[in-house]
Ligand binder design. Structure first.
Ligand code: DAH
Length: 343
């Protein structure tokens, strides 16, 4: 009989001494002392076997046990709600966040965006055209005669037997699409991907990107073209660079020129980037050929304009001194993540 008292007292001590901390431990405490199959139930059950004179004392002990278990449980669950360290399963909302690695813009996108930004500041807006083109927009309307070498199988990825459909070889095709659809004044840049059937090397690829520019209005002059190219070169490569125009030929412009910039890497002292010439080429340009305007039903007596075309890869390679074109399409993060600070 004394035994059951001892047992109950031992449980009381056990309750007082127990210090569960995690959710799981507290739940076990509840099951053990307060649940439907708690050990207190067994101890209560022993009451019936006690002589009457002991029942009151035992009953009080049982109440003390129940109260101790209940108040311990209340205390524990309450402190769990208040303290962030008690329960390891509840995340610490005050802890610093995980370091999420940020992606970076592709170097070609960085330069493309920069080019668009530079031209948009002087009123050029962006337009785009399809990568699959027909002969008219890619060649004929641009004054490329049927026997022009650029049409050759060697350069162009034709998509149809009759050679009417192809992957565009330049973004000049978008000039035609825009001029056909609207009246001057128009001031556009056309960024986009182009394709040529070339062997892939460090310097050539079968796909690359261009930004084409077009400005058509009344009285647009060659001086406007020169000033626009100078403005672009200085915004892109630095205020102290100069430009030079070398006479050239493109079927869609007359006169035509190739544009060079003083080497911004060596300041014309001579370096591998400019191949010790002091100049680097950035693109082609010229006054839109009257035949091209006519092809787009614009009156060449009323309107004139200039156009230019630049390779995004070329500008990017110059700007960041990348010496292998293939790197742009390999998606090697060791290469790509070097341009984080550049954006
Ligand atoms: N379409 C030429 C090319 O892909 C680049 C070009 C040169 C565009 C002169 C022009 C231009 O608009 O005027 O090589």
């Amino acid at each position: 009989m004394e035994e059951i008292f001892e047992q109950a007292n031992a449980v009381l001590e056990e309750i007082k001494a127990s210090a569960p901390t995690t959710n799981e431990e507290i739940e076990q405490f509840r099951i053990k002392y307060l649940g439907t199959k708690s050990i207190l139930k067994d101890l209560f059950g022993a009451m019936g076997k006690l002589p009457n004179e002991k029942k009151k004392e035992y009953g009080q002990l049982m109440n003390a046990l129940k109260d101790a278990a209940q108040s311990k449980f209340d205390e524990l669950t309450q402190s769990l709600g208040q303290s962030k360290n008690v329960n390891k399963e509840i995340p610490d909302l005050t802890a610093p966040g995980f370091d999420v690695p940020l992606g970076t813009r592709h170097p070609l996108s960085i330069i493309k965006n920069k080019m668009i930004d530079i031209f948009s500041r002087i009123g050029f807006v962006v337009a785009e055209g399809p990568e699959i083109e027909d002969d008219w927009h890619n060649f004929s309307a641009l004054n490329l005669p049927a026997d022009h070498p650029a049409r050759d199988m060697q350069d162009t990825f034709f998509l149809s037997e009759d050679k009417n459909w192809m992957l565009r070889t330049h973004t000049s095709s978008v000039q035609i699409r825009v001029m056909e659809g609207q009246k001057p004044p128009m001031r556009y840049v056309f960024p986009g991907r182009v394709y040529r059937n070339e062997t892939i090397t460090a310097r050539a690829h079968c796909t690359f990107h261009q930004v084409e520019g077009l400005y058509i209005d009344e009285n647009v002059s060659f001086a406007d073209l020169k000033q626009t190219m100078l403005y672009f070169a200085q915004e892109m490569f630095g205020r102290n660079v100069e430009i030079r125009f070398r006479p050239s030929f493109f079927p869609f412009t007359e006169p035509s020129a190739e544009v060079d910039v003083t080497c911004f890497v060596c300041n014309q002292k001579g370096c591998p980037v400019c191949k010790y010439s002091g100049w680097v080429e950035i693109g082609g340009c010229g006054m839109v050929d009257p035949a091209v305007l006519e092809n787009c039903k614009l009156d060449p007596k009323k309107y004139s304009g200039f156009a230019f075309g630049m390779g995004i890869e070329r500008i990017t390679m110059l700007k960041y001194q990348v010496n292998d074109l293939r790197l742009f399409l390999e998606n090697d993060v060791r290469f790509l993540k070097q341009f984080v600070s550049a954006q």
